[in-house]
Design a protein around this ligand. Structure first.
Ligand code: ADP
Length: 220
């Protein structure tokens, strides 16, 4: 079988991260097998997750009994217990799960997981810390880095841009940014075109290099 958008996912470790992940997957219509070794945690989630079981994910036999070898997608959401995280990840690699994701709590942890053969390593605390640093010091409503030196910023239009079609604002030569989307008061976000006229009170999404988008966001 091929794996698809709706393939079932095994989520191991139901701390704050694993729980949010499992609940969001279920909300999006994905089947989830959730595993944690703390019976209390499992009990408290039994009402909101259909398949949630108490098991030690560092035990190959337990994983096999639960049918984990048949999954195409697995997420190791164990953070604090490095040994458990690493052992679990190595078992999933041994089982040749096609798509293994794991959460790392440090650069070193991430390195080990990558060396083991985990396909995608995420560092949510680290990434969120960096992101908040930009938000705290800047005047942006939101900030997402999409690459080392490229970001999307949610901000308000500077007054120079209000009332003039975007096509006439010479945004790229003047500011080095692109307005990607616009949200007028009481409406939803929609893509921006050359004919879009920004108004006071609008919220916009702008893309460009980190330096350029941050400078642009200072103008409003
Ligand atoms: P968060 O920071 O997202 O809250 P934690 O690292 O605190 O993440 O939570 C990890 C979860 O993983 C805990 O609920 C813990 O009980 C579970 N866990 C730890 N070791 C194992 C293991 N060997 N088998 C199954 N679950 C485990």
């Amino acid at each position: 079988a091929e794996y698809s958008r709706n393939s079932p996912v095994v989520v191991i470790g139901l701390g704050r991260f694993g729980t949010s992940l499992a609940l969001e997957l279920v909300a999006r219509g994905t089947e989830v097998l959730a595993i944690d070794n703390r019976p209390k945690v499992v009990q408290s989630l039994a009402g909101s997750l259909t398949h949630v079981v108490t098991a030690d994910s560092t035990d190959m036999e337990a994983l096999t009994q639960l049918g984990v070898p048949d999954f195409f997608l697995a997420v190791v959401a164990i953070g604090g217990d490095l040994e458990a995280s690493i052992l679990t990840a190595s078992l999933l690699v041994e089982l040749e799960i096609s798509n293994i994701w794991a959460k790392a709590v440090s650069r070193q942890h991430a390195r080990i997981l990558e060396q083991l053969g985990v396909h995608h390593v995420v560092q949510p605390e680290h990434d969120m810390g960096e992101r908040v640093a930009h938000l705290v010091t800047g005047r942006m409503l939101d900030y997402i880095e999409v690459d080392e030196n490229f970001a999307l910023v949610k901000t308000r239009p500077p007054k120079d841009l209000v009332g003039i079609p975007l096509g006439e604002c010479r945004l790229r030569s003047k500011y080095g940014v692109t307005v990607v989307a616009v949200k007028s008061q009481g409406e939803e976000f929609t893509y921006a075109t050359a004919d879009t006229v920004l108004m006071y009170g609008d919220v916009i999404v702008v893309s460009g290099t980190i330096e350029k988008v941050e400078r642009f966001a200072e103008l409003n």
